[in-house]
Design a protein around this ligand. Structure first.
Ligand code: HEM
Length: 402
């Protein structure tokens, strides 16, 4: 397995050759480096859906699947499409895979390990636990929103609202005090950068350094006594009972902070951007309920892509996929497919469907409702999407007047 996406060493000539070959084979090339893609990925995905729905990307060395039916089918078929990338024959592997090869994250495991580890956290994110959490979560959101400033102030919602809320909520659930500061957010950002299929040797190094620092920070928190009822406590109990190893408990916490903070902060940033751009009297601004939040999540699709590896030769959308081929499922495209005839796939599907989906909705509703109730006149000043994002759709800045 190669150690990361050393694409910068391959040079421009290699990139052009890949794209030219793709054009010859499929009539179009998928080039996530283009500005046009960064500005409006949905337009590129619409073209792929139409003209090359199961597209072999020479640049990324894997299949890009964009139609709803194909994406939904692969998500459901965890026997053929494995989450562990171990069997891949792909030359370029996401650097994320190489962060902790002996201790893969939940979403890179297959049954039976996946079933056992997922069972250890299921209850924490179930309806009953969230009902108990809701009042503390709402209080935490209220404090963040009230500390933004006064009506009329110019504020960047990315660091002060979207990033801080999921981190504080993680602290509430886990019982670990991470002193929700910029260092933790920076580490999460760098580690998650390793999930990008456009990562480079440089971003792979950054991901590894950040992964180690985040691990050390979590270990400090885990060394302190666990408070009853927190996730830290539940996992420690499972370790004592022999249901989990110490390494597995640590890895679960690591993955939950990675999976549950950046995704929600990307969602909150984009949702706040969209709502604050609407006129103050717009119905969506008057009533933030579950329906609105679900609709925003579908439209935004904060996790744009998930990956699988084919265990045996198989067909998808009429194309032959070889054993070991890596397949990128573009959830953001599937959600927008005019031929979509099923539930949205923003939280994935099948056995890996997001454990934190309910929590994400609760955070979204609570945070957006509190923002609009506290600052009914909030309006967008400027927003800047992050560059080089394919897997996630992030925002560097969402500046508003409160
Ligand atoms: C809007 C916010 C969120 C979005 C869009 C989202 C999306 C997703 C998606 C698409 C997957 C499937 C990955 C795959 O199939 O390979 C997933 C898995 C997962 N998510 Fe989320 N997620 C969000 C928030 C959260 C939160 C708040 C948590 C917990 C704190 C969380 C924890 C997880 C975990 C543990 C998995 C792995 C599940 C498994 O492999 O069985 N997510 N998420």
């Amino acid at each position: 397995m190669s150690s990361g996406y050393a694409t910068e060493n391959r040079g421009l000539a290699w990139l052009r050759r890949c794209l030219a070959e793709e054009r010859k084979e499929a009539g179009l090339a998928f080039n996530p480096f283009r500005d046009a893609f960064q500005r409006a990925p949905e337009e590129v995905y619409a073209q792929l859906r139409e003209r090359s729905p199961v597209h072999y990307s020479r640049l990324l060395d894997c299949w890009v699947v964009t139609r709803y039916d194909d994406v939904a089918r692969v998500l459901r078929d965890h026997i053929v499409f494995r989450s562990s990338p171990d069997a891949t024959t792909q030359d370029l592997v996401d650097p994320y895979v190489t962060l902790d090869p002996g201790r893969p994250s939940l979403f890179m495991l297959d049954p039976p390990d996946h079933t056992r580890l997922r069972g250890a956290v299921r209850e924490t994110f179930g309806p009953e636990a969230l009902r108990r959490l809701a009042p503390r979560l709402e209080e935490c959101v209220r404090q963040v929103v009230c500390s933004l400033g006064w009506a009329g102030d110019r504020v960047d919602l990315v660091p002060r609202f979207a990033t801080v809320i999921p981190l504080r909520v993680f602290e509430l659930i886990s019982g670990l005090e991470l002193h929700a500061d910029d260092r933790v957010t920076g580490w999460v950002r760098d580690v998650v950068g390793g999930l990008e299929p456009m990562a480079t040797a440089h971003t792979a190094d950054q991901a590894l350094t950040a992964y180690r620092a985040l691990g050390a920070c979590l270990d400090e928190g885990r060394a302190r006594p666990a408070r009853a009822g927190t996730l830290h406590w539940t996992l420690a109990r499972d370790v004592e009972a022999g249901r989990l190893s110490e390494a597995e408990a640590r890895q679960l916490l690591m993955f939950l902070i990675l999976a549950g903070t950046r995704t929600v902060s990307d969602f909150l940033a984009d949702a706040a951007r969209r709502l604050s751009a609407l006129p103050p009297g717009a119905p969506a601004r008057q009533r933030v309920d579950d329906t609105l939040v679900d609709d925003l999540i579908t439209r935004i699709s904060p996790v744009q892509i998930v990956a699988r590896t084919a265990a045996v030769p198989t067909d998808v959308g009429g194309r032959r996929i070889a054993a070991g081929d890596r397949v990128l499922l573009v959830l953001a495209s599937a959600n927008r497919d005019p031929g979509r005839a099923g539930p949205d796939v923003s939280f994935g599907g099948g056995i890996h469907r997001c454990v934190g989906a309910r929590l994400a909705r609760l955070e979204g509703r609570s945070a957006l409702a509190c923002l609009l109730e506290t600052f009914p006149g909030v309006r967008l000043a400027e927003a800047m999407p992050s560059r080089r994002c394919v897997t996630l759709r992030s925002w560097d800045r969402v500046i508003v007047h409160l």
